[in-house]
Ligand binder design. Structure first.
Ligand SMILES: Cc1cc2nc3c(=O)[nH]c(=O)nc-3n(C[C@H](O)[C@H](O)[C@H](O)COP(=O)(O)O)c2cc1C
Length: 323
């Protein structure tokens, strides 16, 4: 089993696609992989639901061999179900299991999972350590700077995670209280990386919305990898744009045919997995990203939002292409 450190150090500029519930399903992840994302992670999977073997949660762990290196992310608050879920995740065959200690959503936090754990670091260490001990594959963690502006213990958290055997830590440069507001603060991510006690890879995350920013932030904060989330929604080409810029090329700009082709492919792939109705519904949240900046696209988008079949979406998209 290859360690995360070896995995990352073999990549010239490691780029992660951030896990995003409701977005980073297999079809979307494959699109990003094709465009240059190195490491992919599933949407988060509830350890409570998984340990009860709820069908939907089991399905969320499915991945394609082309997605490797691939991680399955679990979240939870209770040792028994977290460990059981971690075993089930491991059995699905990923390269690593990631524990979500960063989700700020009330439904998750109110149970003590996600970023709520940042209020109880000893418990975070116990639960994480238990998962690490139980698994044969690497365990990584994704978290935030801290709970709120008065508590940003990420430097200590990162050390504790390393001490219990976590192989890499992804840090979103916000506190729980910030949710997704304000600006991500990477200075503390840089501090974690500069900590001489740290030896595991540190993955920086938050507000990387252009190829230039990915390169700048990696240099400025010294992180081992950069993780991109929202900026990839409707723009899986962002990974390719980073590669272009690094190679001294003009970053690739997809034309309309590219965008339409990507949307249709994603729709069809999602349909294979989840059926046409879900594919059409779920794609609605991505049109704004895919067709950003196009002239007179709003009425087209409105029609796409009301479409109920892939054939209808295709017809609408081709009509715009023709005018
Ligand atoms: C719609 C959405 C869903 C998300 N779901 C997850 C998730 O399942 N697991 C997780 O660790 N983070 C999740 N996040 C947080 C992202 O992984 C990432 O940390 C955050 O968006 C900041 O990165 P960005 O500025 O590049 O988007 C989600 C974010 C969004 C916008």
């Amino acid at each position: 089993m290859i360690s995360i450190k070896d995995l990352i150090s073999g990549m010239p500029f490691p780029l992660y696609l951030a896990p995003m519930e409701g977005v980073t399903d297999r079809a979307f992840r494959l699109a990003c992989k094709e465009q240059g994302a190195d490491v992919l992670i599933s949407e988060f999977v509830s350890s409570d639901a998984l340990s009860r073997e709820v069908e939907k949660s089991i399905r969320k762990m499915a991945f394609d061999e082309r997605e490797r290196p691939f991680g399955i992310q679990i979240f939870g608050h209770d040792e028994l179900s977290l460990v059981k879920a971690a075993h089930l995740a491991e059995a699905a065959g990923p390269d690593f299991v990631d524990i979500n200690w960063g989700c700020p959503v009330k439904k998750v936090v109110s149970k003590g999972a996600g970023s709520a754990i940042l209020q109880d670091i000893p418990k975070m260490a116990v639960l994480t350590g238990a998962v690490v001990r139980e698994l044969r594959i690497p365990v990584t963690v994704k978290t935030r700077l801290g709970w709120d502006s008065t508590s940003k213990p990420i430097v200590e958290v990162a050390e504790r995670m390393q001490d219990v055997g976590v192989q890499a830590i992804a840090i979103h440069g916000r506190t729980r209280a910030q949710m997704y507001g304000g600006e991500a603060d990477w200075s503390l991510i840089g501090e974690v990386k500069r900590n001489p006690r740290m030896s595991i890879p540190v993955i920086g995350n938050g507000d990387v919305n252009s190829a230039g920013k990915a390169i700048l932030y990696r240099e400025r904060y010294g992180v081992d990898a950069v993780m991109i989330g929202r900026a990839a929604i409707g723009n899986p080409w962002i990974f390719r744009q980073v590669r272009d810029l690094l190679a001294g090329r003009e970053p690739y700009v997809p034309d309309y045919a590219d965008r339409m082709g990507m949307v249709l492919r994603q729709l069809r792939q999602t349909m294979e997995e989840k059926g046409e109705r879900r594919a059409v519904l779920e794609m609605r949240s991505q049109y704004a990203g895919y067709f950003k900046g196009l002239d007179h696209f709003k009425p087209v988008r409105m029609r796409l939002m009301a479409a109920t079949s892939i054939a209808e979406c295709e017809e609408i998209l081709r009509l715009y292409q023709a005018v």
